[in-house]
Design a protein around this ligand. Structure first.
Ligand code: ADP
Ligand code: ZN
Ligand code: ZN
Length: 656
């Protein structure tokens, strides 16, 4: 390669450009270099060699950190595509795709070669003909891009399909990338792969320390890892022999990154698979409407697993009309059902989507409520620490002993969270062990794994938890699931609320009855006539989704249109709002009639941690027009003098 004295470097700063440096050493594109930037030393990525620069006095690179590129040509192309699509600064995109140690400039060396004692064994059963059909169809598509929706009811054996396809591809020297939701990467999932795959399985998740994360990344990169199993950021894992991309539970919201570089790993999986020219599998029992539309548009081929294998049947779902029950969290019919299943030596699970003791701490005399001083939200009472906590900004305080407003001793809690439910259950079921799973009980490393191990021991118990329980778990002794407090989802203004609620109900129900016992599910609601429950009771997600899809088509909401959201926030409310008013004015001056501009409107929670949030929405049936408008915005936005300290960001394809 011809040696050129100038290199173009991407630097992790929120600026939409790269920077030139002098470098008289040989350096490969994609390598890391340490350079001075302002008064700081930073680690950047080499993008290209140049023979001239528009800038005169160039600084020299301090240190070349890699002999070979840490980011391969393929990953660079993928990251450029992503930066361009999400309109995010390339330097931040490139560095967010690497583990922290490499970002900091530490050597790209594997520290601890892991010792494996995989006891590999074959599956203990015959695959069903539907599984076989899915496996053969997908395998016949290898060596080229094609997308599949593996639409299998909960417990239908989707993981078994992934495993068999993976086994086959590994024999051809390929690597397989498996993305799972944040909380779906359970020890159980990892061990299922480790027990079956004759090769190195690396799991990338938040419980790893930085050395382990770097090792996993480097083992993917040098081809040593046969399978990379990870949460959303694993989509950026370098895999030279990539042969297949799998996104398990594709409908899950955690594939979307909701801070800094806001991307959807599910959406990016299409591009990753296309660039590598390999098949893509999106697997789920409850496909997102985006995915179902892709099936209609023939961008994905739908493969169905319609039943659970063997004698296992889908659970029976019933409703409990809470209008006829007392105001307690647990209705009498629910308690009866729980008793029945526990007496049969089975496990039961209660699902409530709120942690803490009680969501409201208030005065019975004057109606005063404990509010967060920094957010537009109510403080949640946590009993074990006797504190009021704000779940939005994390602030904690001691509860008052008398009402700050009327000074009487008339303060009480209202409503239920997991903690209070646990307490309530203890009084109804004094002799049964209760396992609570939420963010408060699983904060400690390994705590989640310990809880899961206790459940997997199979002894009768009551499991109480939040949506952490909704995903991917296969609890064989679980016979009954009770779902409390779903009505919030029916009253929400978010246009995706009913879609998400249906997914949640089906997924949570799907935890029940995974072995020979027929499972049972009971849902407590004050709206038993809502159409959603009819479909959930018949386990007919597909039919419900198609009615929702029709509604979206009529209202031209996503996936029948494309959205982007510009969010501004500032300590001064007027400044945040007027910044967006100016942005709106700029956007309206751009002649792109298919793009609708809506807002600014206050955020769902207007004030968070002392900052006021406003959103401006852009929507168009033409994706191209929307992105053209965003490009124009970025050319001119610097002319808008954001007064004071307004912070803002763009979210392409936002989800609330
Ligand atoms: P899903 O991922 O679709 O929820 P899993 O792959 O977890 O389903 O399968 C559910 C259970 O069924 C697992 O315990 C799995 O071992 C078992 N299983 C999968 N395929 C078969 C089959 N063909 N015959 C019998 N059992 C199977
Ligand atoms: Zn009062
Ligand atoms: Zn707060």
């Amino acid at each position: 390669m011809q040696r050129l004295p100038i290199i173009e470097v991407a630097i992790p700063v929120p600026l939409y450009k790269s920077f030139d440096y002098l470098c008289d050493e040989d350096v490969t594109i994609g390598a890391r270099v340490r350079v001075s930037f302002g008064r700081k030393k930073v680690v950047g990525i080499v993008l290209s060699h140049k023979d001239k620069s528009d800038f005169k006095s160039l600084k020299s690179v301090d240190e070349v950190l890699d002999k070979e590129g840490i980011l391969s040509a393929e990953i660079l192309e993928f990251l450029f595509w992503s930066a361009n699509y999400y309109h995010h600064p390339i330097g931040e995109v490139l560095t967010s795709a690497m583990p922290k140690n490499l970002r900091l400039g530490k050597p790209a060396e594997i520290k601890k070669a892991r010792a494996f004692d995989n006891q590999i064994g074959p599956a203990e059963f015959e695959i069903t003909s539907e599984q076989n059909n899915a496996i053969e169809t997908i395998l016949s598509a290898k060596d080229s891009f094609s997308g599949f929706l593996l639409h299998g009811v909960t417990g239908s054996g989707k993981t078994e399909v992934y495993l068999r396809i993976t086994e086959s591809l590994l024999k051809q020297g390929k690597q397989v990338l498996v993305l799972v939701p944040e909380i779906g990467l359970t020890p159980q999932m990892i061990s299922r792969f480790e027990k079956r795959i004759d090769g190195t399985v690396v799991a990338i998740h938040s419980q790893l320390n930085e050395t382990q994360k770097t090792d996993a990344y480097l083992m993917a990169k040098n081809g040593e890892a046969s399978v990379v199993l990870g949460t959303r950021s694993a989509i950026f894992s370098p895999m030279p022999n990539l042969g297949l991309v799998i996104v398990d539970e594709e409908h899950d919201g955690s594939f979307k990154q909701q801070s800094s570089f806001r991307y959807s790993a599910r959406d990016l999986s299409f591009i990753r698979a296309k660039l590598a020219n390999v098949p893509l599998i999106l697997g789920t029992a409850t496909p997102s409407l985006e995915t179902l539309k892709n099936v209609v548009d023939k961008k994905l081929t739908r493969l169905v697993l319609s039943t659970r294998p063997g004698t296992t049947v889908m659970p029976e779902v019933s409703l409990i009309d809470m209008r006829t029950q007392s105001a307690e969290a647990l209705s009498l019919p629910l308690i009866d059902k729980m008793k029945r299943h526990l007496n049969n030596n089975n496990q039961v699970m209660l699902f409530i989507n709120r942690r803490g003791y009680a969501p409201v701490f208030y005065c019975t005399a004057c109606d005063w409520k404990a509010q967060c001083d920094h957010c537009d939200s109510q403080m949640v009472y946590h009993r074990h620490i006797n504190r009021l906590k704000c779940h939005h900004c994390g602030v904690e305080k001691m509860p008052d002993s008398s009402c700050p407003s009327c000074k009487q001793s008339t303060l009480k809690v209202l409503g239920y969270g997991t903690e209070r439910l646990e307490e309530n259950l203890e009084s109804h079921f004094p002799n049964t062990s209760i396992i609570r799973i939420d963010r408060d009980t699983t904060r400690r490393k390994k705590a989640f794994a310990q809880h899961l191990a206790q459940i997997n021991s199979g002894k009768p118990c009551i499991i109480v938890g939040t949506q952490m329980l909704a995903k991917g778990h296969d609890f064989s002794q679980l016979a009954f699931v009770g779902i409390l407090d779903v009505d919030v989802g029916l009253l929400s203004l978010d246009f995706r609320a009913t879609e998400n609620l249906a997914q949640l109900l089906i997924q949570v129900s799907g935890r029940a009855g995974r072995s020979e016992h027929k499972g049972e599910v009971a849902i407590q609601t004050r709206y038993p006539n809502h159409p959603i429950f009819g479909y959930v009771r018949q386990a007919n997600y597909t039919k419900y989704a198609s009615t929702l899809l029709k509604e979206r088509q009529q209202t031209l909401l996503p996936p029948f249109s494309h959205q982007a959201m510009i969010c501004a926030n500032a300590k001064n409310k007027t400044q945040a709002e007027s910044f967006l008013n100016e942005v709106a004015q700029l956007l309206r001056s751009i002649d792109l009639p298919t793009v609708e501009i809506w807002g600014p409107v206050p955020g769902v929670i207007e004030k968070k941690a002392d900052y006021y949030y406003f959103n401006l929405y852009l929507q168009s049936v033409e994706r191209k027009a929307l992105h053209r408008m965003l490009n124009t915005l970025f050319k001119h936005v610097d002319n808008i003098k954001a007064s004071g300290s307004v912070r803002w960001f763009l979210d392409v394809d936002p989800i609330e």
